[in-house]
Design a protein around this ligand. Sequence first.
Ligand SMILES: *Cc1c(COP(=O)(O)O)cnc(C)c1O
Length: 382
Amino acid sequence: MINYGFQSIDQKDIDSVVKVLKSPWLTTGPFVNKFETKFAKTVGSKYAVAVSSATAGLHIAVSALEISKGKEGITSANTFLASSNCMIYNNIKPIFADIDLKTYNIDPTDINKRITKKTSLIIPVHFAGQTCDMEVIYKLAKKYKLSVVEDAAHAIGSKYKNGKSIGCCCYSRMTVFSFHPVKTITTGEGGMITTNDKILYERLKMLRSHGTTTDPNKLIQNPGPWYYEMQNIGFNYRMTDIQAALGISQLKKLEKFIKKRREIIKKYNKAFSNVAWLTIPYEEKGVFSAFHLYVLLIDFEKINKTRKEVMELLAKKGIGSQVHYIPVYLQPYYQKKFNYKKGLCLNAEKYYESCLSIPLYPALTNKDVSKIIKVIRLLKNS
Ligand SMILES: *Cc1c(COP(=O)(O)O)cnc(C)c1O
């Protein structure tokens, strides 16, 4: 079965992990430090903090902003649950903005409409790897004094129109990345937060480790060498050196991975662009997408099949597919807790009706790609 996404692990990755297993240090240690330094350098940020997942990263990134209770945050309706759950963890009400039907990214005009006196945060999500309209979002944030935290789980290696890498935080306070196996590079589970703000950096490091510090410069008292001090409520969101070693090894291949992804995209686009019942992904001029996903819009009516039937048909041929995403506010928890109903974000709902992600990862062979193209083009007749 070809999954919609899959890790690419080679012997060098395996050797790096084995090396750590034979070393005296397994949890957060020298490899985590090295991974953070290399990652910050890659994306062009001052600081990077490795965490156990992007979900953990989003949680403590929002915590680090120390937003008071009863405020609101805005994110995209078309995202994974973690982009808005992180607000709920911090007693911030998640508000959803609609998407642009060309890019499938959050629409700044709709963000503007949903800003209230309580709004204090925007979490734009660079969907499928394509950057959001950050210039406009940045201007809005400045005008209304809002913090911006970028969810870049899809966008390791993507670039803005200004040519800078996502993660450099030129439009945001912090940027959060995921190293889940379906993402561009993996550490099994893991995440990274980048920032240029020293105060946020120090807070993040404490929050990922129980809210404690042993740094003599930060201790309120210092009775002796055993002493650690809890100054805030934090968590155990640390990354292990085992994961970091894999991360360092994977990061070296980032460019190669993206190149391969873009080669596959080129073939898909060529094969599907002239099919009347398919819409291929749009790549905005001037932005560079690392393409985490390849999303097709399918006119299911035209091929006289439901999405369920199409997914089952593909599965029968050994081809996995997935839907990215169910508008978050339609989840039962959100409907019940916040009284959200269908109709809140019409574009996201319309998009959701026809989207389908087909396999995209560097290890796909030419044969796999040809087969996927053939099976999809024939969907109308099968
Ligand atoms: C994968 C993903 C996350 C969560 O990442 P984890 O590392 O699995 O916690 C958050 N946001 C988006 C948009 C994602 O796709």
